[in-house]
Design a protein around this ligand. Structure first.
Ligand code: SF4
Length: 397
């Protein structure tokens, strides 16, 4: 995650309130932010869903039991999730990002969020927004949910086509505003693809107009129903980031209280740093320090994913690699001082990166590429195909 607004010296409206003080576990390892996919149920059918949610609903499911082919899977029960939260609390996990499918389709979701809150873990909600009415937003506020991120992927027509439901845009915007009006920190999540890249300015304007304090631009990670075929080109990505950089400076200068982030492409941080150097050396140096603290892609280290069936993954897009299941071994045992070979390597990734570009890049320590995307392109330790930095910029000419 690259907080562009912070890099350019602007307002960080949401991140500063979501800064967690419990970043260390008792044994000094890092307690990750945990994405928990609460359920496979979803009321939409988004074409880029990494969880491939709702497709499982077409097979048999009853009381949280799903079937894919011959394999039957059962979602974690309320009590199992509470035990999991106890375990996460014991290692000082600062935040659980309740995700899905659509998390609000899980009947015990409010009970579980409150349980997490009472255990000292900040609950955050990642939702399609269509189910947030006045009543549920009041409940979320009462629970003390720290943040509600709503997915909107383009203008009305684009979004509804993407999400497989006419009216999804209006419902999502209504839900987002309900949450905001209840006094909860909110933001828009936008996953950029070749189908909606032209809609980015519209969504950012919509956000400013409605005083939504955070815009998260997600780069596509080929997983679930999303593939490289849906992605934008390297040239388009560079142009988009150039535009977003200028826009964040404009918003900073206009004193708009809007925070802009990009997610799942650590090369953005390097690009923004190089752009800053052209205009302000001091701000660029501070931005460099920020990037050094972040250390690039956090998958398998500061970010963890636990799916609805209890399987633990290095991040929420990496469901084809399972570290273990919390029904068999506690998360804390799997994650802290791990024995899993992939986790061990991800935490020392700079030693293994060997791509023609990433392997020789002068920003390897700061960035290192997004490893899962490199894997999807054929080699976990190879080049991240989304990198748009020029050879001379990364020092390999
Ligand atoms: S070449 Fe790799 S490490 Fe260097 S900026 Fe690009 S993605 Fe990051």
């Amino acid at each position: 995650m690259i907080v562009l607004s912070k890099m350019v010296g602007g307002e960080i409206t949401v991140s500063k309130k979501l800064t967690y003080d419990k970043l260390k576990t008792p044994d000094k390892d890092v307690a990750p932010v945990v994405v928990w996919n609460a359920t496979a149920k979803c009321n939409l059918r988004c074409i880029h869903c990494y969880a491939d949610a709702s497709s499982m609903n077409n097979n048999s499911h009853n009381n949280g039991i799903y079937a894919r082919g011959n394999i039957k899977m059962k979602e974690l029960t309320t009590n199992e999730v509470k035990s999991l939260i106890d375990d996460l609390s014991s290692i000082n996990v600062p935040v659980i990002l309740f995700s899905g499918g659509e998390p609000l389709m899980r009947e015990d979701i409010f009970e579980l969020m409150l349980y997490a809150k009472n255990k000292g873990i900040s609950p955050s909600l990642s939702t399609n927004g269509t189910l947030i009415d006045n009543e549920s937003s009041e409940i979320l506020k009462k629970i003390g949910v720290s943040y509600v991120g709503v997915s909107l992927d383009g203008v009305r027509e684009t979004n509804d086509r993407f999400r497989g439901l006419k009216g999804a845009f209006d419902k999502a915007l209504e839900g987002l505003l309900n949450a905001k009006n209840a006094g909860i920190l909110t933001g828009i999540r936008f996953t950029v693809t070749k189908y909606n890249i032209k809609d980015v300015p519209y969504i950012l304007d919509l956000l400013v107009e409605n005083e939504i304090p955070r815009f998260c631009l997600y780069h596509l990670v080929p997983s679930g129903r999303a593939g490289f075929k849906d992605d934008i080109s390297v040239k388009e990505r560079r142009e988009l980031m150039e535009w977003l950089f200028k826009k964040s400076i404009e918003l900073r200068d206009d004193k708009e209280k809007i925070e802009i982030l990009t997610v799942d492409n650590p090369a953005d941080g390097v690009f923004f740093y190089l752009k800053l150097r052209e205009i302000d050396e001091d701000i660029a140096e501070k931005a460099l320090e920020f990037l050094k603290q972040r250390g690039g892609d956090s998958s398998g280290y500061k970010i963890a994913d636990i799916d609805m069936f209890g399987n633990v993954h290095p991040n929420q897009f990496w469901w084809d690699y399972t570290i273990g299941n919390v029904r068999d071994v506690s998360f804390s045992k799997l994650w802290i001082n791990p024995t899993d070979p992939l986790l061990i390597k991800l935490r020392e990734k700079t030693r293994y990166i060997k791509g023609e570009r990433c392997g020789r890049c002068r920003f390897k320590e700061l960035c290192g590429g997004f490893r899962l995307r490199a894997l999807r392109a054929g080699d976990l330790w190879g080049d991240d195909p989304s990198c748009y930095l020029k050879d001379d910029e990364i020092g390999i000419t």
